[in-house]
Design a protein around this ligand. Structure first.
Ligand code: ADP
Ligand code: MG
Length: 448
């Protein structure tokens, strides 16, 4: 290709895209791109911001490869230059290679607080007491007690409930403070949207000076969205410097999030609080509370029966109450264990109360892989021992509801060894059918 050809290729590409996308999309995303240089081998494009580059690569990579030469790794041979920094506003993220598609449907950033998610309706027990009191501390003295507050825990354990409770409390008790609750996904969409509408400055001004309490739900969705991290980081730093309160929820602790060190450090400076699965008594209390809200009386023995069978997600407990409620009202039945069993069969998990131990897993792994338990506990690194040992760690993480640290301690290893084992085994089972079957045997063995 000559330099002229490359320029022609770009013109043709634009013509092609124009025929395949809306006029608005073309105007917003393609029209601002300029050809800076075209040589025989490569074309250099000037883009107003890194999102335009993202948009182009995530939506038209296949076509770009048809119109332009490709590199040895199969990428279109295009160099991108983001316009001079002074033309950019301060915190527009720096260019990095990130080909995640940018969602185009803008959402309004604010999340309406759920009316039912209040401190009064959050039932407390040993596994969530700490989170609740930290949240109350923050809500009573925003920006003064812990900044920031980072809440993490598994799905359906009440993180969003706590987050919204803080929002309600502040709104009710500190009427002058401005509360903004957002999901990470909506914030990203909003940012993309305001970039398109050239209103980024307005959006930044809003987040950095018109908010006193920022509640951010599900920060894990920021992972692998490198270009947006910086914007988050700037917003957080600006707010914290002004003593504004930030609360973040996540399904993992900061150290396990795939985010920049700077952002992780920022989150770890605050108070990190874990919310765990409520114990049996708390589950019964939650169940009774939810039932009462629906005007349903559940006998205590039945409540215990349900709570013994549904033990790793409060949302499921709630689902059980809803289902029971519908059933009883429709058929005008009394609630009994038999009825519960019949109605909730598929929701019920096997093996209530049966707590699996690391020892059990080691024994079962040793049997299936024909090695000795003591060898698994030792530190021999030969392959025939190291692999079953990793399987045991992987299964312990999968089957036992304990933190990585605790599991690490049971194996006499660090949490990162457990994490590494999990990743290794997950990768291996994807391609190794025999290993997959062996692991299945171990699991069935333990369950039996
Ligand atoms: P997460 O955000 O952690 O996935 P949610 O906050 O959405 O979980 O909680 C799921 C459901 O369980 C919600 O309806 C919430 O009200 C309820 N829930 C969770 N924990 C509790 C609790 N301790 N007391 C009362 N309800 C709870
Ligand atoms: Mg949630």
């Amino acid at each position: 290709m000559s330099a002229n050809d490359t320029q022609n290729a770009w013109d043709q590409f634009l013509k092609y895209v124009k025929g395949h996308c809306s006029a608005a999309a073309f105007g917003n995303w393609l029209a601002p791109i300029k050809v800076l240089e075209s040589t025989a081998e490569e074309i250099t494009l000037e883009v107003p911001n890194v999102f335009v580059k993202e948009y182009l690569l995530s939506n038209y990579k296949k076509e770009l490869k048809l119109f332009f030469p490709v590199t040895t790794t199969g990428e279109p041979q295009i160099e991108f230059v983001v316009v001079a920094p002074e033309k950019k506003s301060a915190a527009i993220p720096t260019p990095t290679v990130d080909h995640h598609p940018v969602q185009q449907n803008a959402q309004s950033h604010e999340v309406k607080l759920n009316e039912n998610y209040r401190f009064e309706t959050f039932i407390e027990g040993p596994t969530n007491m700490f989170v609740k009191s930290a949240a109350i501390g923050v809500a009573t003295r925003p920006g003064q007690s812990y900044n920031l507050l980072f809440i993490h825990g598994g799905v359906g354990l009440g993180k969003t409930h706590i987050l919204h409770s803080i929002g309600h409390y502040v709104k009710d008790h500190h009427k002058k403070l401005r509360v903004q609750c957002i999901t990470t996904e909506a914030f990203i969409n909003d940012l993309v949207d305001s970039l398109r509408n050239k209103s980024v400055d307005k959006m930044k001004r809003f987040y950095r000076s018109d908010v006193d309490v920022l509640l951010v739900d599900d920060i894990q969705f920021l992972q692998n969205r490198l270009n947006f991290e910086e914007e988050f980081c700037h917003t957080f730093e600006t707010l914290i410097n002004q003593k504004k309160q930030i609360v973040i929820t996540s399904d993992k602790p900061p150290s396990q999030l795939k985010l920049s060190e700077r952002l992780i450090a920022r989150m770890e400076w605050g108070l990190v609080a874990h919310v765990g699965m409520p114990d049996l008594e708390t589950r019964v209390a939650i169940l009774q509370h939810k039932a009462q809200q629906k005007g349903l009386e559940i006998p205590n023995n039945v409540a215990f029966f349900i709570a013994e069978h549904i033990y790793n997600n409060v949302r499921q407990l709630e689902g059980a109450v809803n289902r029971l409620c519908a059933h009883c009202k429709l058929l005008d039945l009394n609630i009994t264990e038999e009825l519960v069993e019949k109605t909730l069969r598929e929701m019920m998990q096997q093996a209530p109360n049966k707590k699996i131990s690391v020892e059990q897993i080691l024994k079962s792994v040793a049997t299936v892989f024909q090695v000795r338990v003591n060898d698994l506990k030792g530190s021999t690194r030969t392959k025939d021992i190291a692999l079953p040992r990793q399987v045991a760690m992987y299964l312990a993480y999968k089957m036992i509801n304990e933190s990585l640290q605790m599991l690490g301690a049971s194996f006499g290893k660090t949490h990162s060894t457990i994490l590494h084992a999990c990743k290794t085994i997950e990768k291996k089972v994807a391609t190794n059918e025999i290993l997959r079957r062996q692991i299945g045997m171990v699991e069935r063995n333990i369950a039996a």
